[in-house]
Write a protein of this length. Sequence first.
Length: 380
Amino acid sequence: MVSRQQLQNLARQHGTPLFVVDHEVLRENYLEFRKKLPRVQAYYAVKANSDPAIIRTFYDAGASFDVASIEEFRLVYENIKSLPDKARQDFIWNQIIYAHPVKDNQTLKELDPYKPLVVFDNQAEIDKIKRYAPHAGLILRIKVLNTGAVVELSSKFGASPSEAVDLIEAAFQAGLVVEGLSFHVGSQCTNFQNYVLALNLMAEIFQEAWDRGHPQMKILDIGGGFPVRYDNQVQPFDQLAELLNTELDRLFPRGLEIVAEPGRFLVATAGTLVATVIGKAIRDGKQCYYIDDGVYHTFSGIIFDHISYEIKAFTEGPTQISAVFGPTCDALDTVSLAAALPDLELGDLVYSENIGAYSHASSTYFNGFPPAKVVHVNQS
Ligand SMILES: Cc1ncc(COP(=O)(O)O)c(C=O)c1O
């Protein structure tokens, strides 16, 4: 765990904005997930943070990978490219899933030689896969309730439960093999009932598919959504794990392979952002600070991921509710309107913890300001 002193030293050494990734925390998160969900193989959802060093650490820890673009596939492939042919192909079969339900033709063509596992949720996708990636194995994504999740995904993806078996039949008729089912309860899903309802639904669809003579279906992918404790309102992971283990054992035979695609859970707590106060003003009686990172950069999760981050100071003193703005010329670039901060001087450092997921990954170069520099600590 990186100390406050280390953060300040790193900022002095490298400058700010600085995105600090603690690989010890990455390894701990992965181990916690595996330990608490012993039946579940963890496929790191690369989109949460696709930094090659993060992928490498998870690879070394034995993780599998959820990729959702050909570029993410290539990033994972970098780690296995020098393995002997059979070991490399086994890794692709057993430890990579292409989890985006909609793929362009070129991506399918590029994936096909690797005989990957790919997700689909509609007839047009079956037609494309048959034509451009006939060697792929298929996973059907089902739409499930995302109620109470911070990031809703079900309006964009997932076959409705009523069309599930027809799509399975259509894929088999097209000469493809459906190997299982997946779902996503929504990201930062604090409503654990979503998982319970989804698992019960999956058990019904599996049963119907097996009854119709499709024993090839043997993988259940329970997606992502595992919430991070950004605050104490979020119930501990232990509670969710206990619930999931009970339901998985109750509903599914031992032989069923169970996998998950955790993104946020594995990386959020490993990332800390350090920024510098570059301006200050009193506006309408309120203390306002301008820092050198904002919503077009590492704080992009405020917009895209609907998460708010606490801004902390390294100095002590009586606090007042302050506004914190990013460096660009846009007023949307507002990091917080209610940060409790002591009186800060120009040049002082501030930091935000638990900012490792969906943050640096969606950073832009808007207004000429580049993404924060990244430093990796505790890299084995
Ligand atoms: C298909 C899929 N799998 C996994 C994830 C990762 O979800 P989370 O970060 O909530 O674990 C996402 C996130 O959008 C996703 O779309």
